[in-house]
Write a protein that binds this ligand. Structure first.
Ligand code: ATP
Length: 364
């Protein structure tokens, strides 16, 4: 880790007028990592990627790739390739010529080019397709050719700018898994930007959640899910119920909250500096809620709710209920053992406080 990592950045800033699109970002990406930058539209992902590629220069900060300072190195001299959302294969060139284009520009001999093109086509699961026209390929195959075209150059870093964004839903699901496999197979370090939390979660070794030019949290997907560091991460990554109330007490990292409907409940506190009496928010995942009639036990928190609807959808079956003006979602038992709950039924929803996260309310 550190200066010798495949990618190491410190204090990167890029301003447009008074607005910093990238606002003091530091990163450390060890070799072989699938690293995603996840954030909503406009948070600065593309700006950051352009700094890494060298298409744009930071106002402040350092960029190092495998220990070499890159700040003054032009894009074509960086050991970096980029895959864009609209992957422009050359339509008049065969698949093989598309893949060999970069090698040819690097003056690699014809014999060597042929060998490497054949090998990379095999690696991306398209053996022997050298002579095809790109138009004869499916969307997924074109995507793989575009990747092969970058990977054949053996970059230290492959930067990917929402490469699945233009694909239809089914193909996108399939490509998520394939991209993850390909990344591990090649061992190339990927820096992948997306606003799709499911893409980031499924594929990545580490994810940086970005908001307003900054990283809220950088962690493996499981940790983002279980231990979100901020209310933004808790709300952005995976489904979460969000309840609000006033902080009554804190004991052993457990906060006691008086919800707006009067219920006294508990959740785990992460960030310090909470004051008794202040507004607080409690996040609890749908799968962490159980019908309290099924499981009442000491130490569980319970809230009253009114059933709005139950939705049968196999393993995704769920219950929508109202707690005051808040909608809450709970997973239903997958074996269909949940009792029939007509709309309007009064129920209790219970949870283990260790699974809930409490933060001070951001906008009191
Ligand atoms: P999206 O997912 O929609 O592509 P993004 O996270 O990639 O969004 P950026 O495109 O990096 O976001 O933009 C971040 C902020 O910087 C935005 O407020 C944008 O308007 C601003 N910005 C980006 N490029 C420029 C530019 N060349 N001149 C002025 N402002 C810019």
């Amino acid at each position: 880790m550190g200066m010798d990592s495949d990618l190491f950045c410190e204090g990167l800033v890029r301003r447009f007028g008074a607005n910093a699109a990238v606002d003091h970002i530091s990163l450390d990406v060890p070799a072989g990592t699938f690293f995603s930058i996840l954030g909503p539209s406009g948070c600065g992902k593309t700006t950051l990627l352009r700094l890494l590629a060298g298409f744009d220069k930071p106002d402040e900060g350092e960029i190092h790739i495998r220990g070499q300072r890159m700040n003054d190195v032009p894009p074509n001299r960086r050991p970096v390739n980029m895959v864009f959302q609209h992957l422009a294969l050359f339509p008049t060139m065969s698949v093989g010529d598309n893949i060999g284009y970069g090698l040819k520009r690097r003056k690699v001999t014809l014999a060597e080019r042929r060998k490497r093109i054949a090998r990379v086509l095999e690696q991306v699961g398209l053996p022997g397709l050298e002579n095809r026209d790109p138009q004869e390929l499916s969307g997924g195959q074109r995507q793989r050719v575009a990747l092969a075209r970058c990977l054949v150059l053996e970059p230290t870093l492959l930067l990917l700018d929402e490469p699945l964004g233009a694909l239809d839903l089914k193909l996108r699901e399939q490509m998520k898994v394939e991209l993850k496999h390909l990344q591990k197979q090649f061992g190339t370090t990927f820096v992948y930007i997306t606003h799709d939390q499911s893409e980031a979660m499924v594929m990545s070794d580490r994810v940086a959640v970005m908001r307003d030019g900054r990283f809220d949290q950088v962690a493996p997907p499981e940790e983002l899910y279980r231990e979100p560091a901020t209310p933004f991460v808790a709300g952005f990554v995976g489904d979460n119920n969000r309840l609000s109330g006033a902080l009554v007490a804190i004991r052993d990292n457990l906060a006691e909250i008086r919800l707006d409907d009067g219920a006294l409940v508990q959740g785990r506190v992460v960030a310090g500096e909470l004051e008794i009496g202040q507004r607080a928010e409690l996040f609890i995942r749908p799968e962490s809620l159980v019908l309290s009639a099924d499981r009442v036990g000491p130490g569980l928190s319970v809230m009253e709710a009114k059933v709005r609807t139950t939705l049968f959808d196999g393993a995704n079956s769920r219950l929508e209920a109202e707690n005051g003006s808040r909608l809450v979602y709970a997973r239903l038992p997958q074996d269909g053992s949940a009792p029939r709950l007509p709309p309007g039924s009064a129920i209790g929803l219970a949870w283990d406080p260790a699974l809930a996260r409490v933060f001070g309310a951001e906008n009191p």
